[in-house]
Design a protein around this ligand. Structure first.
Ligand SMILES: *[C@@H]1O[C@H](CO)[C@@H](O)[C@H](O)[C@H]1NC(C)=O
Length: 184
């Protein structure tokens, strides 16, 4: 963990000054806890240092998707809306069904109705290329929704970030909590 730590046993004497370090371990843990608690708050600068290109990366993929089909902008916003209605904005709507897991994709308000998953996949791929393993899908959905609205001529807003993706989903809550489609 510490630079040069692996050399410790072979050149022990030159590393004496490092020896008292373990005593500050409780302090280090305490600072980590503090960091953890501030990270629990959403912030517009959440990825400012870990993924500075996030906003431009998301926007360029959304822009090219919308230039191919305008309606995709509305579809992305609706994805976000349907995600947030079930257990919060945690990207659970993106989870595919498996033999042992039932997600929200086939719930009545979503089945054969939600669109734009492939755009979110494209954005995720682009973001992963720029900053591997950093940005949550829930945050990508939130930023892509804002960008969709702005690109289609709607209002702008600052998107606070720091959401965590959930491994849980709820088929029954998706059926119960998402407002019914007034058209069908
Ligand atoms: C979802 O739609 C597919 C295709 O129309 C259908 O076969 C399936 O039964 C639907 N799933 C649910 C849970 O209603």
């Amino acid at each position: 963990m510490w630079p040069g730590h692996h050399k410790h046993s072979s050149v022990q004497s030159s590393f004496r000054p490092w020896l008292p370090l373990p005593r500050s371990l409780p302090l280090a843990l305490f600072l980590l806890l503090l960091l953890g608690s501030t990270a629990a708050e959403l912030s517009t600068s959440f990825y400012a240092s870990s993924c500075p290109g996030l906003f431009s990366t998301v926007k360029s993929v959304v822009r090219s998707a919308i230039s191919e089909e305008k309606r995709l902008g509305a579809s992305i916003l609706r994805l976000f809306f349907h995600d947030c209605f079930v257990l919060g904005c945690d990207a659970s709507v993106l989870l595919d069904d498996t033999p042992t897991f039932r997600g929200e994709k086939t719930a009545k308000p979503n089945n054969n109705s939600l669109r734009g998953f492939e755009v979110i996949d494209q954005i995720k791929n682009a973001v992963e290329k720029a900053c591997p393993g950093v940005v949550s899908c829930a945050d990508i959905l939130a930023v892509a929704s804002r960008d969709s609205v702005v690109i289609l001529g709607g209002p702008n807003w600052d998107v606070k970030l720091g959401r965590r993706d959930s491994g849980k989903a709820s088929f029954s809550k998706a059926n119960k909590d998402i407002p019914a489609n007034p058209i069908t």
